[in-house]
Write a protein that binds this ligand. Structure first.
Ligand code: AMP
Ligand code: ZN
Length: 429
C-alpha cells in the first residue's frame, strides 16, 4: 500500500504531540528572549517555569499592533544578515507587518506545506499550478516551495491573466492547483466565455484558502472544476500557508501541533472558551528560529472540532474560519458575518460567482445593500421573474441574518474584482 504520511510528525500520538509541544514551547521562550521585545516582556519568565502546556496562559499575548510598533525588524532574534526571506501581511490598512525567515525557517515551512499537499493526495508525479499572487503575499512562494519540496513540476503562474492560466492548465495537463476561492469562481466565468469546460482539463485537486469561504463555495468549485477542493489556512505571522489544512475527510483542518501551539480564547475576556466553542484562535510558533511569536492573536474565529478524525491523525482539527473578530458587521443591533451572506448566496443556483455587501446610511437608518451577480441564463428580460428571484434571495438572507437587505441583481462580471483576496464588504456609513 502506498505510504499515507510524508513525515513522522504526522503519526505522533496525543501524548507524543504534547510532550514535544512542551519541549518546544520552552525552547521558544528561550529563543524569543534573544530579541529585545520579548526580553522585556518575558523578563519574569524562564523556560523552566513552564511546567505544563496550560502554563502558556500566564504569558502575555502578542498582537498585530506589537508587530507594527516593532516594524520592520524589532522582533528578530538574530541579526538581519542571518535572514534570507521577507514577507508582508496582506492587510490593506496602516503600517504593514513584516515577517522574516532564516534558512532553517524556510526549510521547515516548505516541509509543512509539502506535508499538507501530500495529505490530500498530491504526489511528485502531479503537475502543480500555483494561481495565487507571488511577491510579498505568502500564498505564492510559500505554496511554491512546498510543491517543489514534494517534487511536483511547479508552475508559478501567479494571479490574474486568466487566458494564459487556462492555456497553461491545458498545455501541461495540470492535475493540482492552488487558487484563492474567489478567483476560482471568477476564472470559471472566463472558461465560460471561451466556450471551454473546466471539467475537460486534467485537474484532480484544488487547494483553496487564504480567504474566508463557505462550504457552499467549496462545493461549487468542486462541481465546476470536477476536483476535490481542500481548505488551506495560514497567515503570514505564522509563516503563511501550512498552519492548518484539511485532510481527505474534508471535515475540519488539522492544525499542525508539532509546529504551532493553539488556544481558542474569548476575544473580549481573553479567557479560554469551553471546548468546542467558537473563539479567537491564538497561536504560538514552536519551531520558528528568526522570529518566534508567542500567543499571537490571529483575530480569526473558529472552534476546535471534538473527537478524532477518521484519517487517524491526532493533530486536532479546527473548523472553517467563520470570520474575523474585526470583520463582524453590526447593523440595526444585529451581528452579521459576511460568511453568512456568502453561504446563502452560494446555495442559490441562479446566483453567479461574485457579490458585494454595501453598508449605507439612509437618514438615521443603516441599510445593507447586496449586489448579487446573476448567471447569464437567468438574467432575462422578464421583470416579473427577476423580481421573484430578488425576493427569494432577500427572503433566504433574512432567514440567516435576521434583517432584510436590499438585494440588487446585477449582470455577470459587473462587480469589479482585483487579483488578490476578494473585498466583500464596503462600509459607507
Ligand atoms: P495574510 O497573512 O495576509 O496571508 O492573511 C492571513 C489571513 O487570511 C488569516 O488571518 C485569515 O483571516 C485569512 N485566511 C487565510 N486562510 C484562510 C482560510 N482558509 N479560511 C478563511 N480565512 C483565511
Ligand atoms: Zn484527518
Amino acid at each position: 500500500m502506498e505510504q499515507e504520511y510524508l513525515h513522522p510528525e504526522e503519526t505522533l500520538s496525543r501524548d507524543e504531540i504534547e510532550s514535544l509541544q512542551l519541549k518546544r514551547l520552552r525552547e521558544t521562550i528561550a529563543r524569543a528572549k534573544q530579541c529585545l521585545f520579548y526580553w522585556d516582556r518575558l523578563s519574569h519568565v524562564e523556560p523552566e517555569d513552564i511546567r505544563s502546556l496550560e502554563d502558556v496562559r500566564h504569558l502575555p499575548f502578542t498582537t498585530k499592533e506589537d508587530l507594527r510598533e516593532n516594524y520592520p525588524v524589532g522582533l528578530l532574534t538574530r541579526p538581519v544578515s542571518e535572514m534570507v526571506r521577507l514577507h508582508v501581511s496582506s492587510g490593506t490598512t496602516g503600517t504593514p507587518t513584516a515577517v522574516l525567515y532564516t534558512r532553517k525557517d524556510l526549510d521547515m515551512w516548505a516541509d509543512l506545506v509539502a506535508r499538507c499537499m501530500y495529505m490530500v493526495g498530491i504526489r511528485p508525479e502531479d503537475i502543480f499550478q500555483n494561481l495565487s499572487g507571488y511577491g510579498l503575499f505568502t500564498g505564492g512562494l510559500g505554496i511554491h516551495y512546498g510543491a517543489e519540496r514534494l517534487g511536483c513540476l511547479t508552475i508559478p503562474a501567479g494571479a490574474g491573466n486568466s487566458k494564459r492560466q487556462i492555456k497553461l492548465l491545458q498545455d501541461f495537463r495540470v492535475s493540482a492547483i492552488h487558487i484563492i476561492p474567489s478567483y476560482a469562481l471568477h476564472l470559471s466565468t472566463v472558461f465560460e466565455e471561451m466556450g471551454l469546460d473546466p471539467r475537460s482539463l486534467h485537474l484532480r485537486i484544488a487547494l483553496i484558502g487564504a480567504e474566508p469561504h463557505s462550504e457552499e463555495t467549496r462545493r461549487r468549485i468542486e462541481d465546476i472544476y470536477g476536483v476535490r477542493a481542500y481548505n488551506s489556512y495560514g497567515l503570514s505571522e505564522m509563516n503563511g500557508p501550512g498552519v492548518a489544512f484539511e485532510c481527505k475527510e474534508q471535515d475540519g483542518m488539522h492544525l499542525w501541533e508539532d509546529a504551532y501551539l493553539m488556544e481558542i480564547v474569548d476575544p473580549n475576556t481573553l479567557e479560554p472558551v469551553p471546548e468546542g466553542e467558537v473563539g479567537e484562535l491564538v497561536l504560538t510558533t514552536l519551531t520558528r528560529e528568526g522570529m518566534p511569536l508567542i500567543r499571537y492573536r490571529t483575530k480569526d474565529l473558529t472552534s476546535i472540532l471534538p473527537g478524532e478524525c477518521a484519517c487517524g491523525r491526532k493533530h486536532r482539527r479546527i473548523d472553517r474560519i467563520t470570520g474575523r473578530s474585526d470583520d463582524m458587521i453590526i447593523l440595526k443591533g444585529v451581528n452579521i458575518y459576511p460568511m453568512q451572506v456568502e453561504k446563502v448566496l452560494m446555495s442559490i443556483p441562479e446566483v453567479g460567482q461574485n457579490y458585494l455587501i454595501l453598508l449605507e446610511r439612509e437618514g438615521y437608518i443603516d441599510q445593507m445593500r447586496i449586489k448579487v451577480e446573476i448567471k447569464d441564463e437567468f438574467f432575462v428580460e422578464d421583470m416579473r421573474a427577476l423580481k421573484a428571484l430578488q425576493n427569494k434571495i432577500a427572503r433566504k438572507l433574512r432567514e440567516e441574518i435576521l434583517i432584510t437587505p436590499k438585494v440588487e441583481l446585477v449582470e455577470h462580471k459587473s462587480i469589479p474584482r482585483g487579483e488578490g483576496k476578494a473585498i466583500r464588504v464596503i462600509d459607507n456609513r
